[in-house]
Design a protein around this ligand. Sequence first.
Ligand SMILES: [Zn+2]
Length: 264
Amino acid sequence: MRPRIYKSPYLSIARPLGGVICLLVWAVVGFAGQTSRVVVRDDMRPAHKTELLEKLRAITGWRELSFDRNGFLVTGEVDSAGSESARALIASAIHGNQLIVLEDATDRADVAFCRVVPGRTTGSSVSPIPIFVVLIDFRDFQHVTGDARARAAFDVGWGFLHELDHVVSQSKDAENMSAAGECEDHINQMRRELGLPVRSTYFFSSLPVKTDPNFITRLVRLGFTESDPSHRRPKHYWLVWDAALVGGIDERSLTALIRSADSK
Ligand SMILES: [Zn+2]
């Protein structure tokens, strides 16, 4: 049976006008003279900044990666450990031709894990370079359970890098359920450099188990694979979460589910 597929937790850049985010003037004025073009909004919770930095340090090997006192991402000393491809991506973003703003989108219903949208300034200020806003729902990642190997390959650091690759590399997501897609292919290369499983597909699918009809849950799963020299077939790992909590499912399907539950 063909599993139902849903939107990926990582959405593409392409967004209708309604997805454009208006930024305060500080976003434009603030980056003048800065050596980094990746900045975190000052209202992101400190614990979330720390969580994101710790994940990115583990991936890149940049142990001094941090936000400076103005919120700009700086790398510190070069470290030989970690993923070289991830370091190259972040370095390209820091020295790129666009401003990338990180925003805390925790508990927002319209954000499943991470999303990147175009940004623009308010008022009469005009940005001399394009602005992109990476929205991060930190709580969504707390809802993920599953194999430890796959969880190491899917956290807020990986989610951020996925969005960064959309902006920097202008990469696309997969359009069919059997492929990882151009963007995740780039991210999978980073996972390989760290000896982690790779994401098999871009889309996640419904978990083939029955759930209590009295509770509105939408358990979904996302597969990862890892080649095993001692076996002919690769190892498979799964992540599972409730898409009714995280989002990313078709609202019409959720409405249908609620009606179904009410009718019983
Ligand atoms: Zn994407």
